[in-house]
Design a protein around this ligand. Structure first.
Ligand SMILES: Nc1ncnc2c1ncn2[C@@H]1O[C@H](COP(=O)(O)OP(=O)(O)OP(=O)(O)O)[C@@H](O)[C@H]1O
Ligand SMILES: [Mg+2]
Length: 249
């Protein structure tokens, strides 16, 4: 089982869009896939038409005695399950803090799922917190969407430094360009800086209204626009990600 977190400090940069589209591509390939919606906003749960409600809320989710599998819901897609969000996750930090060794709690909760899933995606809220620390300890890789602007690049530097400090050994930090608009000079200039960085994946997700329409269709691109430029870019991102995280086992 491979655990891929989609996380960065910045909000509204395409984390959920990436988590939802990558999870659907993984499932379409026949990989047993779980998407954990860790964001009280519940956007990933919304896209997959699963009610954003966990019985007992975040506090129950973190209990040692509660099997995560009991909280998981099936989606309309074969091979794709979802752990819905709950609005109580806004207090996840406080709930974690009340536990022993809170940084390791998410990894502990996910471990029993190793035989059930090939790939687990974590759609994370935009913050840097105890919950993020727990995510970085549980993940094999963290995908970091970066809009090509100066502030996003600054955010990436903060993510890298935090991941070095608290992430599990061997954690891969994989930034990729998100919401790219090459008509904007600032984007073109920032893309050059990203290319010079050397650590970016090659896939670049274009800024495209079809991605926003996922909210209307309540479905990933693979369902209603599988050949659009953005869907192809997510396809490339998925192939690169697989190559980096290796086959699950
Ligand atoms: N490639 C894209 N092109 C155009 N719009 C996009 C793209 N990706 C995401 N969006 C839109 O931008 C908004 C934010 O996207 P998304 O929810 O994926 O970001 P996020 O990083 O998960 O946000 P948050 O930090 O609030 O969780 C949404 O309205 C979404 O439809
Ligand atoms: Mg999100």
């Amino acid at each position: 089982m491979r655990v891929v977190a989609v996380w960065t400090i910045k909000g509204g940069v395409g984390k959920t869009a990436a988590a939802v589209n990558l999870a659907s591509l993984s499932a379409l390939e026949g990989q047993r896939t779980l998407l954990c919606d860790l964001d009280p906003q519940g956007a990933a749960s919304f896209y997959f038409r699963v009610k954003a409600k966990v019985k007992g809320g975040g506090r129950k989710l973190l209990k040692r005695s509660v099997e995560l599998q009991r909280l998981v819901r099936a989606t309309e897609f074969e091979n794709l399950d979802l752990l819905p969000a709950d609005f109580s996750y806004r207090r996840l930090d406080l709930d974690l803090d009340a536990r022993k060794a809170p940084e390791g709690r998410l990894a502990l909760k996910l471990a029993p799922l190793a035989g059930e899933y090939d790939t687990v995606f974590l759609d994370c809220p935009p913050s840097v917190s105890l919950a993020s620390e727990s995510v970085l300890r549980a993940a094999d890789a963290v995908l970091v969407p970066v809009i090509p602007t100066t502030l996003s690049l600054r955010g990436l530097a903060q993510v890298r430094s935090f991941a070095r400090k608290v992430g599990r050994r061997g954690l891969l930090v994989l930034p990729f360009l998100s919401m790219v608009d090459r008509r904007k000079r600032m984007h073109r200039e920032a893309i050059e800086l990203c290319a010079a960085d050397g650590g970016f994946l090659r896939a670049a997700i274009p800024s495209a209204s079809v991605v926003e329409k996922m909210g209307i269709h309540r479905a990933p691109l693979a369902v209603f626009a599988p050949s659009c430029e953005a869907a192809l870019a997510f396809g490339l991102l998925w192939r690169e990600l697989k190559a980096r995280i290796g086959n699950s086992g």
